[in-house]
Ligand binder design. Structure first.
Ligand SMILES: Cc1cc2nc3c(=O)[nH]c(=O)nc-3n(C[C@H](O)[C@H](O)[C@H](O)COP(=O)(O)OP(=O)(O)OC[C@H]3O[C@@H](n4cnc5c(N)ncnc54)[C@H](O)[C@@H]3O)c2cc1C
Length: 293
């Protein structure tokens, strides 16, 4: 196995084009354990962390751009992201330990395509996009289009994620992420739930996105739960409907971490709690002005 460290996106694209068995990585916190457990070794390990664009985090008046290989620790420490996307940062901060966060990345978390990955539900809830580079140039797709099943993505051979794009949230908008794990840390989600809520001046929900992780092969959007919420204040009777709809859309498996019935129940409970937290945050006075708090 060889090691390569391209310094530009074009160089990485060329390398992947000439070496079909090459594999990109950022932190390798998923890839190395997988190789050690017997998955096929790539011929070339392509280290993405020497490409400045893939490690940068930038913001403008309207959006954020987060490099696909930027360390999770940098994401969690970015003041602008913490204010604009508290739930997405919460999801990121749950990944592994300090050591894992210093290496790991959003790109790896998404491209590994684990149903239990923590950041994809929040990325989808916030309508994040990814820029993908490959032999045909660059293209931009919604995060929800990347993972298509456990360990499988829609990317073609030779393609890789360059960066994530997130629009600044509008006024009175906030998100939240909650996950259930058997242990308090260093464990993977039995269920993860993300919510993003926009309120009007009277406290009614005008827009909502509710997503679930670890209850289906890919992130699930709880559309009926969103419908139950929009147009209403998040009062108990509305939240009962949100909870029921989120439970109903969960389609989990039985495994050592939880049964189907348990996961369905937890999916509803976490979705409800995430909505409550997101709505409380959206009502904070400093969010009245929108993205530029
Ligand atoms: C002890 C431990 C605890 C963990 N805890 C959690 C947890 O709580 N929650 C959680 O979600 N995950 C957890 N993980 C899994 C892992 O840390 C995360 O999925 C992490 O975000 C992966 O990022 P990475 O950069 O290390 O990915 P890598 O291992 O570098 O890559 C993972 C996969 O994605 C591909 N890839 C990487 N970057 C790109 C790119 N830019 N474009 C295309 N493909 C790419 C690689 O080829 C590989 O297939 C844990 C792992 C360990 C070892």
């Amino acid at each position: 196995m060889r090691y390569a460290s391209p310094t530009t996106v074009a160089e990485a694209v060329d390398l992947l084009g000439s070496e079909p068995q090459a594999r990109v990585y950022a932190g390798a916190t998923d890839l190395i354990p997988q190789i050690r457990s017997g998955r096929p070794e790539p011929t070339v390990m392509v280290d993405l962390k020497h490409i400045a664009r893939l490690c940068a985090i930038a913001d403008s008046e309207t959006s954020f751009t987060v490099g696909a290989a930027a360390p999770t620790a940098d994401v969690c420490a970015h003041a602008g992201l913490v204010v604009a996307f508290p739930g997405l940062v919460e999801a990121s901060s749950l990944i592994g330990s300090d050591q894992i966060q210093n290496r790991s990345s959003w790109g790896g978390n998404l491209a590994n395509a684990s149903p239990a990955a923590d950041t994809p539900p929040s990325l989808v809830a916030n309508h994040a996009r990814v820029v993908i580079a490959g032999p045909g140039g660059e293209r931009t797709v919604g995060v929800e289009e990347v993972a298509i099943g456990p360990g499988q993505t829609s990317m073609s051979p030779g393609e890789f994620i360059v960066e994530f794009e997130l629009d600044r949230p509008p006024a009175r908008t906030a998100d939240a992420y909650l996950r259930m794990t058997p242990r308090t840390e260093m464990d993977i989600a039995v269920v993860g739930a993300a919510a993003r809520v926009t309120l009007d001046a009277e406290g009614r929900v005008t827009e909502a996105t509710i997503t679930l992780g670890a209850v289906a092969p890919t992130v699930v959007r709880a559309a009926d739960a969103e419908t139950a919420l929009v147009g209403n204040e998040p009062a108990d009777d509305v939240l009962d409907r949100v909870e029921a709809a989120a439970s109903a859309v969960a389609d989990p498996i039985d495994d050592k971490r939880g049964t189907v019935a348990y996961r369905r129940k937890v999916a509803g409970v976490l979705a409800r709690r995430a909505v409550v937290i997101a709505a409380q945050r959206a009502a904070e006075p400093q969010r009245g002005r929108g993205g530029q708090q």
